[in-house]
Unconditional design. Structure first.
Length: 112
């Protein structure tokens, strides 16, 4: 099947798995489903600032290290670096992020 995907210019199974894993806890309903054996499950949206690298070039390396396309041409790398440059601070490349704070209590009555 992977060969057919390549012929159709579709992502391979490993790429699809990575994308699914990164998004696996992006939906509060899915989080609650995964934690169905726990009590007092809460999912709270949190806005925060995140650090992506020491500078724009380091941030590009970090971002590409987490994608299936780890190798890109020089023009693409430059475009990514230029896009991240305005977010450089003395504390690194800082971007706003929205995340979920998940809490739950282990069910102690054995009814998992």
């Amino acid at each position: 099947m992977s060969l057919f995907g390549k012929l159709l210019d579709e992502p391979d199974a490993a790429t699809v798995a990575v994308q699914a894993a990164m998004a696996s806890v992006s939906d509060p309903a899915r989080i609650r489903e995964v934690l169905h054996g726990w009590d007092d499950v809460t999912v709270t949206p949190v806005a925060t600032e995140t650090t992506w690298g020491r500078d724009a070039a380091d941030a590009v390396d970090f971002i590409l290290s987490r994608t299936p396309c780890r190798t890109v041409d020089a023009d693409t790398r430059t475009a990514l670096r230029d896009t991240l440059h305005p977010y450089e601070t003395d504390r690194g490349v800082r971007l706003q992020a929205a995340v979920w704070l998940m809490t739950a209590k282990w069910r102690t009555d054995g009814s998992q």
